[in-house]
Design a binder for this molecule. Structure first.
Ligand code: FE2
Ligand code: FE2
Length: 361
């Protein structure tokens, strides 16, 4: 463990419990910093940018554990790992925390072994995400250096590249994964968002093509899960989530810059801005911009389309669900800047949908 990764913040208003938690964590090799309520914890996190691991009680005077988690995520945009200590009657708060991306909850009274395990697991997740962020940066750098020559190549290759993407996306239609229209529309909304976000023309063009392949990894998902009528069980959903990794493995390490971007999109298009997504659980600006764009485009179009488990929604309803949230979606999942662009320009999304509606079969 490096110096920084060993640091952990313990937040509890009761001195004896605070002491006990600190002692357990120190024995497990952590360097412990303490705070006696949410407000003090916010100050501590503010003054110490290296603090990302936090164990916090939920019920505290002044500023509760939940308020602390919300404010820490919103104000410091840091990749945190929280372990929340819950008692009876904290269920609603725990559900809200879960939506904010908190993954560890420990019932009080705390068992030493449970706390040790939770802290070590959280630390391992942080380290894994740090490695992942590093990997993304490298991938993006490689793609930028490749796309410098993309202009020249694309003049020669433009048509061929388009054809390659179209043919690859045909695979999805043969397995009844998504309709061709859905894939193409996701590419088009993504191009629009990229343009509105001020990204350069190369990125706009690339994302239109690469966005088409966002769900290509579903070809590796077994039929009983992929084609199941009705709600997936937790285990089936885990299998379904693997389409991000499979898509990445299929498209990664190509010399072609469009496929390189498509690999990034395939892997990260289900990450959420507040950190509750998959397959890695990245948050905020750690999620590659192109994946944040496709994620919003995909959700809008998925709402507009009929699926095995849901009817197609109209445009206004889809906009409402995205901007206000429902039981499956919340506005915190999306890059706030992109969400603002979407809300201000939603009619342009509707035009794209109307220009290419799903064919009735
Ligand atoms: Fe997907
Ligand atoms: Fe999709």
């Amino acid at each position: 463990m490096s110096e920084l990764e060993r640091r952990i913040l313990v937040v509890d208003d009761e001195p004896p419990i605070r002491k006990l938690l600190a002692r357990i964590l120190e024995r497990a090799g952590f360097e412990v910093v303490v705070a006696s309520d949410g407000l003090e914890a916010l100050e501590t996190v503010k003054s110490d940018a290296s603090l990302r691991l936090v164990v916090s009680d939920l019920r505290m005077p002044n500023c509760s554990g939940l308020d602390f988690v919300k404010r820490a995520i919103n104000e410091y945009k840091r990749d945190f790992e929280f372990i929340l200590l819950t008692g009876d009657g904290d269920k609603t708060d725990a559900v809200t925390a879960l939506r904010l991306g908190v993954r560890e909850f420990l019932d009080k009274p705390i068992e030493r072994a449970d706390l040790e395990r939770a802290a070590l697991d959280a630390q391992a997740r942080l380290q894994e995400r740090d490695r992942e962020v590093e990997r993304v940066r490298k991938l993006e750098l490689e793609n930028i250096s490749q796309s410098k020559t993309l202009d020249d190549i694309s003049r020669k290759l433009g048509g061929a590249e388009q054809e390659m993407i179209d043919r690859l996306s045909l695979i999805s239609q043969y397995r009844d994964i998504e309709t061709a229209e859905h894939c193409v529309r996701v590419g088009l909304y993504s191009q629009l968002l990229a343009e509105m976000a001020g990204l350069d023309q190369n990125v706009q063009r690339t994302i239109r093509l690469a966005g088409i392949l966002h769900d290509i990894g579903k070809v590796g998902v077994p039929d009983e899960v992929l084609l199941k009528n009705g709600k997936l069980t937790d285990d089936e959903f885990k299998v379904m989530q693997r389409h991000t990794e499979i898509g990445f493995a299929m498209l990664n390490s190509s010399d072609n810059p469009v496929l390189g971007q498509a690999a990034i999109i395939a892997r990260y298009h289900h990450e959420h801005w507040e950190g509750s997504g998959y397959c890695v659980g990245l948050s905020g600006a750690d999620i590659p911009m192109i994946a944040r764009i496709v994620s919003l485009a995909d959700v809008y179009d998925a709402l507009r389309s009929a699926r095995r488990y849901k009817p197609a929604y109209g445009h206004s309803e889809a906009v409402n669900i995205i901007t206000k949230g429902d039981e499956r979606t919340s506005p915190e999942m999306f890059d706030p800047k992109l969400l603002g662009l979407f809300a201000d320009n939603h009619l342009r999304f509707e035009s794209i949908y109307n220009s290419m509606p799903d064919q009735l079969v």
